[in-house]
Design a protein around this ligand. Sequence first.
Ligand SMILES: [Zn+2]
Length: 74
Amino acid sequence: MSDFLDYSAIKRKIESEVCAGHNVSPEFIKTAKGFQINSCCEEFKDKLVEKAKKNIAEQTKITVEKMLKKAFKR
Ligand SMILES: [Zn+2]
């Protein structure tokens, strides 16, 4: 259901983060069920998952609004 989302924007945002403890950037992977984040430690990963969820919620809202606008334009 979330296939219409712009995951590349979310991927860019997540991969621009750097772990404060290890100075390593994570890897964002789009999967069939949603997404997966590979990072150096669990603590950083938890933070990124939260951030990614927030971003996906925002993207969903923007995409739905765009679709609605298109649907009502005649
Ligand atoms: Zn780390």
